[in-house]
Every structure is written in structure tokens, then in C-alpha cells.
Write a protein that binds this ligand. Structure first.
Ligand code: HEM
Length: 423
């Protein structure tokens, strides 16, 4: 029989008042918490590796506990069937939430395995080598624009001019999406994301629902167009793969729509936030820009440290597939837990002196998740960051921040909405 170990300090979760985390969660969403969540992570962790969430379930704060949840076979993603069982219907039965529950990140085996297998290693070495020259050229163009803006106005918004553009240009080109559609895709992505936040309001769910319908229309049409005019592009390849797996072309088109839509939206805000956070971390640390400029061989280390220090996705959810003991706490089947990637990365038991941005740390992080759902685009995001940093450091030796960044008021999908720079 499963038993929570009495006396284990981490088993305090059973006795902590569920409302105790409310002010801390409020602080995480405040301007102060968005800019620097580290003090809140410390306070949450002091309450235990598992902190009862105000709405039920647990927040998982420790690195080892988060890692265990992500990799453990007893943990599942909250899929469509789980959502259907929930009595809190406003959230879980909302159209936007249900639509996302058909996508890769919300599927469990065997369907998850089947879809993931169909994609293979999306960004293997050869694909990345093929993509790199176009990304180099694209970055050069974006940095020309940044330089122009700085010359004309004395400063420019690096988030808008560079960080938000590079991921959509890269993924758009890879999927052969017309460039004139990029702005629309970005807008739909920013609006859809509300449904994936913790406790979205009615108004946010409505915005998300409209964006979900728009995304469905856009990507369904795209797949239909590729079926009518197949080529050597990625989406046509997915249609061929799925036609061999499914007897009904309509079933293929449905899966390919879900895959294309999800891969696209999963790649955009995440990468943009990594780029802006990395640059901000370097610009705010005295001497770091010059140091890295003189040692570009450490660009990859800086990227990993930015992912650790400020992961673009701060939190993800899983549910217990069976009664499970985690950090000494008995978590009953079907209970939801929130893996706090940021708090885990700042766990001093894993990364000593965790709040310091230290390029040479060689720490460990969970920014791309772990286990069966490990991010499929990690290689591409790292490549974009590497190419951008190489050129930015060479071309802007005196780059400096012209103000603190601004953030979208969200807790799950961290988004830098503005990062003003001068040179
Ligand atoms: C810095 C940028 C990125 C970050 C921080 C990030 C982070 C993540 C995280 C945390 C997950 C969930 C993992 C889990 O549940 O354990 C994930 C899943 C995923 N990501 Fe990324 N991601 C990034 C960029 C990308 C890019 C560029 C793409 C595609 C081009 C992509 C495609 C995906 C897909 C398809 C999944 C779902 C995998 C599955 O459920 O099997 N991501 N990502």
C-alpha cells in the first residue's frame, strides 16, 4: 500500500493551508514577480517540494520532484478524457482548452507515441545544417533593421524588431508558410495562449476561443492546399506519412492540422522569450556583454544559463495516473500537479547560488521539459539563439539596455513584450 512517510519534512504538504500559496502566486503574476520570480520561488520551496495549490492539486517546486514527475511512468498529461471528468466545466470544457487537448502535448500513449514517432527527430543535425544559412541571412536583415531604428530614434525595441520576428521567419520558412501571413499567425498565437494559463478569466477564454477558431481555419486551409498541391515541403511529407497510416484522408488531414498548428505555435513565443531574456540577462550583468564578445566560444553556455535562469515556460501540468507518493506526499490518482520549471531550476540543491546568472555555471535545467514530452524544437531554438548572439555581439559591441523589459501578465508562458536597447 502507498504511504506518505510521516515525519519527512516534505510531507508537510498535507497540513499546509491551501490558501497559503495565494499571495505568492499573486506576486508571481505581478510586475515585480514577472521581472524577478526568484524570491517567490524561494518562499514556495520553503513550504515544501509539494505545495498545495489553492484550487486543488499541488505545485511542485523542487528539482528532483519535478524531474520525477516529468520522467515517471505513473504521471500523465491532462488529456481530453481527464478534462471530460472534471466538474469545473468553465475551464476544462471550454472550446479553446478542448482543442488544445487534441495536440501532441496533451496526448498520452499510445496516441502520443504514434504521433511523436510519425514526426521523428524534427531537427536532426542535417536539417539544422540546412536551415542555418537561411537563419544567418535572416538575422543579418533583422539586425540591419535594428541598426536603422537605433540610428533614426536613438533606441529600438529589440523584442519587436528581432526576437519576435526570428522564430516566425524560421518556422514559417521551414513549413513553407507565406511571409504575408506571419503577423496574423503571431497574433493568433498570443491570443490563444490564455487558455493554457492557470485560471484564465471568462474574458481571456473568449479571446482564446476566437483565436482557436481562427487557428483552426488557417491551418486546416493550409493542409488542404498542400493536399491539393503536394510538394517536397515538410507538411506535404507529413500528409504522405499519415496517408500511409490512416485509411481515411480526412483523418490524415485532421492529424496534420493538429501537428502543424501545434508545432508552429509551440515554436514562437518560447523562442522569442529565450532570445530577449538572454540578451537582457547579458546587458544587465556588468561586463557580461564585453566578456562574451571576447569569448564567443561560450555563447552556448550563455544560452543554457538563460534557459535555466529564466525558462520561457514557467510551469506545466501533469496528473497522477495512479495513487503515487511524491516527495513523501501521497498524491491520489487523477490529481493535477504543476511542475514549476523556474522554481526547479532555481533549487539550490541542484544549482548552488541559483539566482546568479553565471555563464560558466554548467548547471542543469528543465526548460525543455523531460521524458516522453521533451521539447521537439530544442535544437532549433538553440540554433536561432546561437546565430543571433554571434552576429549581435559582433555588430553591436556597445549595445546597452535603454530601460527594463516589459512582460505580458502571465504565469505559465513568460513573454517579453518590449526590450528597448541603444548602442
Ligand atoms: C526556447 C524555446 C523553447 C522552449 C523553452 C520550449 C519548451 C518546451 C516545453 C517545456 C515543452 C513541454 C515538455 C514537457 O511536457 O515535458 C515543449 C514541448 C514541445 N515543444 Fe518546445 N520549446 C521551445 C521551442 C520549440 C520550438 C522551436 C519548437 C518547434 C519548432 C517546439 C516544439 C515543441 C513540441 C512539438 C512540443 C510537444 C512535445 C510533446 O508533447 O511530445 N518547441 N517545449
Amino acid at each position: 500500500m502507498l504511504e506518505a512517510r510521516p515525519g519527512n519534512p516534505e510531507s508537510r504538504a498535507g497540513t499546509v493551508d491551501r490558501r497559503a500559496a495565494v499571495p505568492l502566486l499573486r506576486r508571481l503574476r505581478s510586475a515585480e514577480g514577472l521581472a524577478d520570480p526568484a524570491p517567490v520561488y524561494d518562499e514556495l520551496r520553503a513550504m515544501g517540494d509539494l505545495v498545495p495549490a489553492p484550487w486543488g492539486g499541488y505545485l511542485v517546486t523542487g528539482f528532483e520532484a519535478c524531474n520525477q514527475v516529468l520522467r515517471g511512468r505513473t504521471w500523465l498529461v491532462p488529456d481530453f478524457a481527464w478534462q471530460e471528468r472534471q466538474t469545473e466545466t468553465e475551464r476544462w470544457h471550454a472550446v479553446a482548452t478542448q482543442e488544445m487537448s487534441r495536440t501532441l502535448s496533451r496526448l498520452n500513449a499510445p496516441e502520443h507515441t504514434r504521433q511523436r514517432h510519425s514526426l521523428g527527430n524534427l531537427f536532426d543535425r542535417n536539417t539544422l545544417l540546412d536551415l542555418a544559412p537561411r537563419i544567418e541571412a535572416d538575422v543579418a536583415g533583422l539586425l540591419d533593421r535594428l541598426a536603422e531604428r537605433i540610428r533614426a530614434d536613438g533606441e529600438a525595441d529589440l523584442a519587436a524588431v528581432v526576437s519576435e520576428r526570428l522564430p516566425i521567419n524560421t518556422v514559417g520558412r521551414w513549413l513553407d508558410i507565406p511571409p504575408e501571413d506571419y503577423a496574423h499567425i503571431l497574433e493568433m498565437t498570443h491570443n490563444q495562449v490564455h487558455a493554457q494559463e492557470l485560471l484564465p478569466t471568462k474574458k481571456e477564454l473568449a479571446v482564446s476561443e476566437a483565436a482557436t477558431a481562427d487557428l483552426r481555419r488557417y491551418f486546416t486551409d493550409l493542409v488542404r492546399e498542400r493536399r491539393a498541391n503536394p510538394g517536397e515541403d515538410v507538411i506535404s511529407g507529413w500528409i504522405r506519412t499519415w496517408d500511409a497510416l490512416e485509411s481515411d484522408p480526412a483523418a490524415t488531414d485532421r492529424v496534420v492540422y493538429q501537428l502543424t498548428m501545434f508545432v508552429t505555435i509551440a515554436s514562437l513565443e518560447t523562442t522569442a522569450t529565450l532570445l530577449s531574456s538572454l540578451i537582457w540577462s547579458l546587458l544587465r550583468s556588468p561586463g557580461a556583454w564585453e566578456w562574451l564578445r571576447a569569448r564567443p566560444e561560450h555563447i552556448d553556455d550563455a544560452i543554457e544559463e538563460a534557459l535555466r535562469h529564466d525558462p520561457p515556460i514557467r510551469l506545466n501540468s501533469r496528473v497522477a495516473g495512479e495513487d503515487t507518493v511524491l516527495s513523501g506526499v501521497l498524491v491520489p490518482k487523477d490529481t493535477m500537479v504543476h511542475v514549476m520549471y523556474g522554481a526547479a531550476n532555481h533549487d539550490p540543491r541542484r544549482n548552488p547560488d541559483p539566482h546568479t546568472f553565471d555563464i560558466l555555471r554548467r548547471g542543469t535545467h528543465l526548460a525543455f521539459g523531460g521524458g516522453a514530452h521533451y521539447c521537439l524544437g530544442a535544437g532549433l531554438a538553440r540554433l536561432e539563439a546561437r546565430i543571433l548572439m554571434g552576429q549581435l555581439l559582433r555588430r553591436f559591441p556597445t549595445l546597452r539596455a535603454a530601460g527594463a523589459p516589459e512582460y505580458a501578465p502571465r504565469m505559465v508562458f513568460h513573454r517579453v513584450t518590449s526590450l528597448r536597447v541603444a548602442a
